[in-house]
Design a protein around this ligand. Structure first.
Ligand code: SAM
Length: 376
């Protein structure tokens, strides 16, 4: 074991040549994911939190040390992980948890509970118990989605990570159809589309419980998707969320895209169903950006990333200027020059966290293409 520091936590992690060879999983590249989760927990003030797939315990321990959460559960099915979580609790809270078979409890300033269970079992036992449930699996969170929707309190928050970008980005369409019951798209729009397919599936699962979903913040980064979803209580909320589902159409000759909010697609070659509503609650992301970041693991990266997110136009999809130029046999031009032309004509333009070479705009495709042509 070696000791690492991330945020305010000190964590024992197994030494391994490659992270997937380790008996208990720890990925330092996900520090930014955990930083952003800490910020979101801080601004939403969730009290009862479940880190359902905890591995070393890093996530739940950081939530305990860095947010106002009062009761934190850390669970993993692996006995090695469970042992390590207990060691890491001792290390960070200077107290010995009371261990009773497959659970351990530490009652200090905060209540910390470690369990060694199948996450689905635990979440079904803890019916509408948590204010915040975090699913951070290997690959897709889908096998845990149903139980997590039962385990989150009405109006609580569900946090999903998905690292199965190949299915969601259309490299393996069949895998996407199986897991997400949706048709993915390949090409320059695949990251935003993958995120929207993930959220769309969560919306469809939630609707049967008469729950709607509000997206507090959702993003793509470093080959994973992340979505913080607030559950909204009631059949009307379920209906409202379903109205934000729909389809994407894409013309690969020109790069023109169209979206339609319909329960069923009206044309052939539709991608989806997917979420076409907002990807952020502006107040929440602004508050996250204003929080003190001094103690975070990746403070500079977090600040830079949130700056883009806060200023990002929240409209479906974007124009990747490299792809647009290639598809229309034009030369690439600077984003700022294209943006200036569009803004002169009264349109809104922003960068997007999905791609450094793309813009989001409320201008129609023809106007964007005209701007690029004018700059040739
Ligand atoms: N959340 C951790 C972090 O931030 O470092 C990483 C979690 S790791 C990607 C996924 C974990 O899920 C593994 O430790 C694995 O043992 C655990 N796991 C897999 N299937 C499970 C199940 N059915 N119930 C509970 N834990 C499970």
């Amino acid at each position: 074991l070696t000791k690492i520091k991330e945020g305010k936590a000190e964590i024992l992690v197994p030494k391994a040549e490659r992270i997937y060879d380790a008996p208990v999983f720890y990925n330092p590249a996900m520090a930014l994911n955990r930083d952003l989760s800490v910020l979101l927990l801080k601004v939403t003030k969730a009290k009862r939190v479940l880190d359902a797939l905890s591995a070393t315990g890093i996530r739940g321990i950081r939530y305990a040390l860095e947010t106002e959460a009062e009761e934190i559960w850390l669970n993993d099915i692996s006995p090695e992980a469970f042992k390590l979580i207990i060691e890491n609790l001792k290390l960070n809270f200077n107290e010995n948890p009371e261990v009773d078979g497959k659970s351990a409890v530490l009652k200090g300033e905060k209540l910390l509970v470690a369990t060694n269970k199948d996450a689905n079992l635990l979440m079904n036992e803890k019916f509408r118990y948590f204010d915040f449930v975090d699913l951070d699996p290997f690959g897709s969170p889908m096998e845990f989605l149903d139980s997590s929707l039962r385990s989150v309190k009405r109006n609580g928050i569900l946090a999903l990570t998905a690292t199965d970008t190949a299915p969601l980005c259309g490299t393996y369409p069949k895998a996407c159809m199986r897991k997400y019951i949706a048709m993915p798209i390949r090409g320059e729009l695949c990251h935003e589309s993958g995120l929207r397919v993930l959220i769309g599936t969560a919306v469809r699962y939630a609707a049967k419980y008469d729950l709607g979903i509000e997206v507090l913040f959702a993003y793509y980064k470093d080959h994973y998707f992340r979505a913080f979803l607030r559950l909204k209580d009631g059949a009307k909320e379920g209906d409202r969320a379903l109205r934000n589902l729909g389809y994407l159409y894409f013309d690969s000759k020109t790069g023109k895209f169209e979206v339609e909010k319909e329960f069923l697609p009206s044309r052939a070659n539709a991608f989806g169903p997917m979420w076409l509503g907002p990807l952020k609650n502006q107040e929440i992301v602004e508050k996250m950006n204003k929080e003190d970041k001094a103690e975070l693991a990746e403070k500079k990266k977090v600040a830079k990333f949130l700056d883009v997110v806060v200023n990002e136009l929240d409209v479906p999809f974007f124009y990747d200027i490299h792809a647009l130029a290639r598809r229309n046999s034009l030369e690439v031009r600077r984003l700022s020059d294209i943006a200036a032309l569009l803004q002169e004509n009264g349109y809104h333009v922003s960068r997007t966290h999905f791609s450094p070479t793309a813009i989001k705009t409320d201008a129609p495709f023809e106007e964007v293409l005209k701007a690029l042509k004018a700059l040739q």
